[in-house]
Ligand binder design. Sequence first.
Ligand code: N1C
Length: 260
Amino acid sequence: GVCLGIAFGHRSSGPKNDRFAGNFKTVIISKCKAYLGLNEEQSSENTCEKVWDAFSGAYVGRDPCDVPMEAYDSLIHAVNPKAACNRMLFWSQTKDIVHQFTEAKKCLLTLEDTLLGFIMDNLTWCSKNGSKETFSTGCPGWSECEKNPVRSFWNRVSAAFAESACGEVTVMLNGSVDTPFRANSIFASIEVKKFSSPKMRALNVILVTRGNDTANCENDSLQNLQAVLDPTLKYTCTEVHRSKIMDCISDPDKPCGACW
Ligand code: N1C
């Protein structure tokens, strides 16, 4: 792996300068190059510079509560990722197990396995009105104002990722919560709305359970999911115990198909 040796913190009180701010571009460029190197993608010399220009152009100099998701349109167009039909994995409230899974098994890919998702995962950023700088502390929290640069970024890249969904699509939802399909999640509010046939054929829900007192496939929120889904898409739901997936993750000989 690549050690960047930098941690980006969360909010305190209003954007302010900090000792990491000048490094933000460096972090983006090195993660970009690391991704392109690992994924053996033929890329022109300046791909990562283009990514930085389009990315920073979205929020630098803007009020950190006034960056709409459309601000990232040119970033999406600059990267234009190719879809991996039948291998796309969506998730909600299951981030940890999903990424352990995709790291161990190469059969399914999440947004964090694409260039933009990989670069920005776990980062926080914002600027302020009239500034040329990027800050990584003192930025608005996720729900503090809706049009913050981080939330708008995930909204926009998630929309693009879901729009490209094709073939059989998998989503891992959390069966240990009351509402596995949460209305204000990105999965419900953005991604599901972009799923469309005939390019996409089916949505297969893997509901990760822990034991007795968890949600099952009959859960009300999953009835809502079926109701809002394009009716020509096939829908399945499978309850899978967390330990079965964990066993599969830790056994390199177990093929993907044996995980549920
Ligand atoms: O709101 P969520 O999950 O339903 O979003 C997950 C959904 C996935 O299918 C992804 O394609 O949306 C996409 N996505 C990310 O890839 C992602 N990486 C990191 C959405 N959010 C992402 N993050 C951060 O995790 C982001 O800061 C957001 O707050 C959480 C996701 O929250 P959730 O409710 O578990």
